[in-house]
Design a protein around this ligand. Structure first.
Ligand SMILES: NC(=O)c1ccc[n+]([C@@H]2O[C@H](COP(=O)([O-])OP(=O)(O)OC[C@H]3O[C@@H](n4cnc5c(N)ncnc54)[C@H](OP(=O)(O)O)[C@@H]3O)[C@@H](O)[C@H]2O)c1
Length: 330
């Protein structure tokens, strides 16, 4: 029996409010009854897709499903041997998979520049650039350019990489940039109290707080890039994957992982919306939205936590300066 749209909309929103149900494996188990159809077989044939953080976890699961849809998938990570192993695993599970393991530490702006230059020489059209790489370090550390690691990995590196690959994104029809944020960003509305300290220098460093704040900044990044790339015909979305069982979660949130493991999504389910946004034509008809389980979601739970545009502009200016890009007009 199929339920009428207003009923499924209400059910879907209610699941979101009850975080435990919406974020766990219960969310997709229910929502798949009404969410939009899977992309057709071969939807990405002949298209190049770049996935950062593809050596394991959600990025690896996404890369395998993108290869299944026919894409040439570029797997990016910090370690060539881990990437080679990941690519070999995909080739075993996906016959004829076209996967290219490529080292690029997205937190290192020099590495990003070198990678982008190499890629532009060999890949004239990029269908999708997926910023999935993520970290939650216990202690404060900095990238080679002196940028705090979560900020460099989640925001500044992805901003620069997008900017440099813009010609190849603009050259492809229906291209998209996708940013993997986290539901944790709901706990970190953009506020004056921390927006002046993007480098997490003040007070005691807490990895989970730096993570949540930079995941909030990823939502702003996607919104700003959506405006910036609109004239190039490139759409930009951010999303969160719910809670998925990955090595990253087991390492960084051991207690949470122990308690929640029975109801966590698997990595493939965590990657579902990423893959859908990459391949579904519907995802190209909007831009600058925040998604989970194949549906655009609000970026704040409470209306009064919406950021002030002045503060957003100020933060965007700082991020653009760190990435060394000309920040007009977004
Ligand atoms: N799992 C969840 O429940 C969950 C929930 C919310 C959001 N997320 C987000 O989803 C994404 C994937 O999470 P996950 O759980 O799959 O994490 P994971 O298992 O820790 O995987 C993270 C990936 O990022 C790569 N990486 C880290 N730093 C990098 C850098 N500087 N340059 C290039 N690659 C880098 C790692 O590869 P190397 O170490 O080989 O470089 C690895 O492939 C992250 O952005 C995370 O914040 C996950």
């Amino acid at each position: 029996m199929s339920l009428p749209r207003p009923v499924t909309d209400a059910l879907d929103t209610a699941l979101d409010k009850v975080v435990l149900a919406g974020y766990s494996s219960i969310g997709p188990a229910l929502r798949r009854r009404w969410w939009p159809a899977d992309p057709p077989a071969g939807a990405l044939a002949g298209k190049h897709v770049l996935v950062t953080g593809a050596s394991r976890g959600i990025g690896l699961a996404a890369a395998a499903d993108l290869a299944r849809l026919g894409a040439s998938v570029h797997l990016l990570g910090r370690d060539q041997s881990r990437l080679d192993e990941a690519a070999a695993g995909i080739r075993v599970s996906v016959p004829n998979a076209d996967v290219v393991p490529e080292t690029c530490d997205v937190s290192d702006l020099e590495a990003v520049r070198a990678y982008a230059a190499r890629t532009l020489e060999t890949v004239p059209e990029i269908h999708a650039l997926i910023h999935n790489a993520g970290v939650m370090p216990e202690t404060r550390s900095e990238s080679p350019q002196g940028i705090e690691l979560t900020l460099a990995t989640h925001v500044v590196g992805p901003l620069l990489l997008t900017e440099l690959l813009r010609p190849a994104l603009a050259a492809a029809d229906g291209s998209r940039v996708l940013v993997m944020s986290s539901g944790g960003m709901y706990s970190a509305p953009l506020l004056d109290s921390w927006a002046h300290d993007l480098q997490h220098r003040e007070g005691t460093y807490r990895g989970i707080r730096a993570y949540a704040r930079t995941k909030r900044l990823q939502v702003l990044l996607a919104e700003r890039l959506a405006t910036r790339l609109a004239d190039d015909g490139v759409v930009v979305h951010s999303m969160h994957p719910g809670w998925a069982s990955t090595e990253g979660v087991a390492e960084s949130m051991a207690g949470f992982n122990r308690v929640m493991r029975p109801i966590l999504r698997d990595a493939r389910s965590g990657a579902d919306t990423l893959v859908w946004l990459t391949a579904a034509p519907e995802a190209a008809s909007s831009t600058g939205l925040f998604w989970c389980d194949r549906r655009a979601r609000s970026t704040t739970y409470l209306p009064w936590t919406k950021a002030d545009p002045r503060l957003e502009r100020q933060v965007w200016d700082s991020l653009a300066a760190m990435a060394g890009i000309d920040h007009a007009p977004a």
